[in-house]
Design a protein around this ligand. Sequence first.
Ligand code: ADP
Ligand code: MG
Length: 247
Amino acid sequence: MSILEIDQLAKKFGSEKILAQLRFHVNEGEFVSLLGPSGSGKSTIFHLIGGLFKPDHGTIRLDGKEISGQKGYISYMPQTPSLLPWRTILENVILGVELYEKPDKEKAIHMLERVGLADYTNAYPHELSGGMRQRVAFVRSILSPQSFICLDEPFSALDEFTRFDMQKWLLSIWEEERPSVLFVTHNIEEAIFLSDRILVLGSKPAQVIKEINIDFERPRREELTLTPEFLLVKKEIYQTLRGVLND
Ligand code: ADP
Ligand code: MG
């Protein structure tokens, strides 16, 4: 089980209100994206969920248990993949799980094969491209024992083609394991292609200004992004975000 419920969440930095009365939830096995402009407070939301700091107000519950200010309950993939340079790729992906139990190396190797890194299990991070390192960081978060995964703009540094490959590949892994995912992005297409539900965030303070269910059938294929139905959703979100930016 992994249900996340956020209620009345508030956070200030100095006198600046970043979050106020933020409320949303992620259901079991659901893929939800937070979509909002840069600086709207997306990473702050993740840092609060991950327990890196405490909210001023409000509650964060995982399966009914209050987890505010506590680390270790969710698997968190940060914006830049923080791999340990002195560890091999295999040693890096079992890093999260190692803290809790004896790692299943067979499974780790299988996952590395699934993401096209079979030849790199004994390589070191500096031998890999940026996209490969992102995949390693993602495998690490999938392998960690926490079943709730937060991904903070994992593909934002990649070029368009690599990004799309990574999205397709992320979906294929997600469909296999079906963890609950909270995904942060400022890319509209990416959010539509991946998600079951999109929460569009307004900024200062961040709040959910629109919630959109994405009902496209799974597994999703690349062609989906060119259909009129897809473009219609894209337009709706674009207009919502434009409204936010013009405020
Ligand atoms: P996003 O991830 O949506 O781009 P962030 O959550 O990183 O946005 O930042 C939201 C706002 O909070 C920004 O204005 C940023 O400058 C501010 N902020 C983030 N972290 C801190 C911090 N530790 N101290 C002070 N201000 C911060
Ligand atoms: Mg951020």
